[in-house]
Ligand binder design. Sequence first.
Ligand SMILES: Cc1cc2nc3c(=O)[nH]c(=O)nc-3n(C[C@H](O)[C@H](O)[C@H](O)COP(=O)(O)OP(=O)(O)OC[C@H]3O[C@@H](n4cnc5c(N)ncnc54)[C@H](O)[C@@H]3O)c2cc1C
Length: 253
Amino acid sequence: MSTPSGTRLGRSRPRAAWHLATVADVRPETPTAVRLTLEVPGWPGSEAGAHLDLRLTAPDGYQASRSYSIASSTPEGDVVLAVDELPDGEVSPFLVHEVRSGDQLEVHGPLGSFFVWRPGESDRPVQLVAGGSGVVPLYAIAAAHGASGDTAPLRLLYSVRRPDDVFFADELAALDGPAFALDVVYTRQAPDGWTAPVGRLDKAALAASTIPASQRPRVYVCGSTRFVETIAGWLQELGHSPTDIRTERFGGL
Ligand SMILES: Cc1cc2nc3c(=O)[nH]c(=O)nc-3n(C[C@H](O)[C@H](O)[C@H](O)COP(=O)(O)OP(=O)(O)OC[C@H]3O[C@@H](n4cnc5c(N)ncnc54)[C@H](O)[C@@H]3O)c2cc1C
């Protein structure tokens, strides 16, 4: 039940608004991506899995905005984004190559109340499936799950091209624990000594590396549009109910 002010029983949901953010830190995340840490005065925090809209304004007044998932998921503190470069893109090359500490960016958020995970909401297991940069909101969910002490099992299947392309590699390794499992599928090149097959995720590998439908996991899938639609289709063929599958499409084909 919710009130007009957006307050759910016992829990208030952060309200979206425009904010002027200052870039506090820029660091390489992968060979093609950066991690941006933003100081955002008045930021209300965000639920794990939420995103924001980032708007750039050129000197001639031309504006472009794109959505970015929020890797941080706490009420206080800086907002962390991770942006992968699409070489022919309009916004992402600027964010990856041109943005510096001290720059100011306009952000609108937090946004999204469907593709979010809330601690204690359910004791059913949670399966996350990420393709490439689609891991950003799923990392936020995994981190929030770890920080909350929620005991529902959570498993992340992460499809990525090469070891260097893994986002939040150290943070994901640190999440290792009894309620968290990480499965990685390398599509082009694996680390030395890797014994699992290298190549595109297929339905058999998806079935082998995810919580079976018989356990009724709540499933979150995020990545390029084609990745998400392929995975969601296979999950249904494997017996998962469409109502148990939440998807976030980052775009592209
Ligand atoms: C809710 C949401 C959250 C998102 N979170 C993130 C995030 O955390 N990190 C991140 O890096 N990106 C994220 N994205 C994608 C982001 O919004 C932009 O689409 C992306 O940065 C490309 O913008 P661009 O201006 O550089 O490319 P554009 O100029 O918009 O597009 C250039 C070309 O690339 C194609 N294209 C656009 N997006 C993709 C894609 N994802 N994969 C393949 N081809 C594509 C377009 O069709 C076009 O042909 C998110 C998208 C959504 C909807």
